[in-house]
Design a protein around this ligand. Structure first.
Ligand SMILES: Cc1ncc(COP(=O)(O)O)c(C=O)c1O
Length: 446
């Protein structure tokens, strides 16, 4: 590139950044100021020509990587035929094929789909379906959970007070009980934590809301935003029993865990528990906006016609992208690959950085892996994590964090990430962790 071209590029970058800062709402947390030109596979390139490895995947969206050629082709072909009609006004192939496919890949009798545009909207849809089908008003969710930012979904969200702070009063009839995040219950075994959390639910039913008034219990089988924490299998199974005994619908929020992320097509499969409603989004549709409320026909039949809907839900292009993405996941064995690579990554991280006193825990299922950090007092390692994130970015790797204190680095690379990219990304991360850890030992991370 000539000096002149480089100068013009720089000018464009500065201009774009300035315009962005002037005209885009500052309300969204800004993780980087990079100006990105294009992306492919597990990489993206900024306008200054730098290459980055992407272990965020648009927050667990790009399961098949950026701009997968088959997803791109599906989007191109569909958009030449039909971009939007409105699902009220006719059936079209991509939405019907996708609903049929989802009925086949989800567990049990989950055979009927309502499509929305996003995860939060699908969660709202699930709340409405549960209330309408049971005639009961209340919903129970878990501390630490993240279900989205619409008023309904936000009312269930309890992963950080900042998401709710300015918006009270929220939707009524919502109760929260502790999630079995075992590490947080210092000194207790996993089984003791399971018993404690189930008892908290029983106490809720005894003291605050009669179970006959509860429409649904909603849970992320692996806590996402709240810290990348898989719930113990025994907990999920007994939750299934408890909810069934009281006629309460069990809703799995698989917005982040769905489509192979945890090494199974859906995280539900780890416990063998079939929820009454499964909510999906993110990796469903190869980067296009789409959400899904999936439940048995018998439940959907209790939802009064016309009492829910969406202008864009089930958009033809999003559905075509989703069909392509799902075919790739199945054909290329990406669910199994996620399980195998996930185990390798866990073992490698445990070996290379697991011994560091700043590393509190390394955990995960499939390619949904969290590394939790602590400071020298055993308190959440918030600053350590932000240094690691910055240092990794300087080294050419995008990672992000989660947990109430932002104390956990979460890894969610594409499920088809080439092994050499995975290896290089992990090396950058390990170097950043080792550097920051050695500075933190000397008291240099403040
Ligand atoms: C588990 C879970 N549920 C719901 C949502 C909300 O999805 P969306 O951002 O598409 O509204 C998210 C988003 O991060 C999520 O991780």
């Amino acid at each position: 590139m000539t000096l002149e071209a480089r100068g013009a590029d720089r000018q464009e970058r500065v201009e774009l950044r300035e315009l962005a800062q002037r005209h885009l709402s500052p309300v969204m947390t800004r993780v980087t100021d990079l100006v990105v030109r294009r992306a492919h596979g597990a990489k993206f390139w900024t306008t200054d020509g730098r290459e980055y490895l992407d272990f965020v995947s648009g927050v667990a969206v790009n399961a098949v990587g950026h701009t997968h050629p088959e997803v791109v082709r599906a989007i191109q072909q569909q958009s030449e035929q039909l971009i939007h009609l409105g699902l009220n006004y006719g059936y079209y192939e991509s939405v019907v094929r996708l609903a049929t496919k989802l009925a086949a890949v989800t567990p049990g009798e989950l055979d009927t789909v309502f499509f929305s545009n996003s995860g939060a909207e699908a969660i709202d849809g699930a709340i409405k379906l549960a209330r309408a089908a049971t005639g009961r008003p209340s919903v129970v969710a878990f501390e630490g959970s993240f279900h989205g930012r619409t008023v309904g979904a936000m009312s269930l969200t309890a992963s950080s007070a900042k998401y709710r702070k300015s918006y009270e009063p929220l939707m009524g009839g919502v109760y929260h009980v502790p999630y079995p995040y075992v590490r947080l219950f210092k000194g207790m075994t996993e089984q003791q934590v399971v018993e404690h959390c189930l008892r908290s639910l029983e106490q809720l039913f005894l003291l605050r809301v009669d179970p006959s008034q509860v429409a649904a219990v909603i849970i992320e089988p692996v806590l996402g935003e709240g810290g990348y924490v898989p719930a113990p299998i025994d907990f999920i199974r007994r939750l299934r029993q408890m909810t069934a005994e009281h006629g309460i619908l069990l809703v799995f929020d698989e917005v982040q865990t769905g489509f192979g992320r945890t090494g199974k097509m859906f995280a539900a499969e780890h416990s063998g528990v079939v929820p009454d409603i499964l909510v999906a989004a993110k990796a469903l549709s190869g980067g296009m906006p789409l959400g899904a409320v999936i439940a048995p026909r018998s439940l959907h039949d209790k939802w009064q016609v016309g009492s829910h809907g969406s202008t864009f839900g089930g958009n033809p292009v999003s559905c075509a992208a989703a069909c392509a993405s799902l075919s790739i996941i199945e054909r290329d064995g990406l669910v199994e690959r996620s399980a195998v690579l996930g185990r390798q990554v866990l073992a490698r991280l445990c070996e290379r950085v697991g011994h560091l006193p700043t590393v509190a825990e390394i955990r995960g299922l499939g390619l949904m892996i969290g590394i939790e950090f602590q400071d020298e007092h055993g308190d959440p390692g918030t600053r350590i994590v932000s240094r690691i994130r910055d240092e990794a970015l300087q080294g050419g790797l995008l990672v992000t964090n989660c947990g109430a204190y932002g104390q956990t680095i979460r890894l969610m690379p594409p499920l088809n990430i080439p092994e050499e990219d995975l290896d290089r990304g992990l090396s950058i991360l390990e170097r950043a962790i080792l550097n920051v850890a050695s500075r933190s030992c000397k008291g240099e991370v403040s």
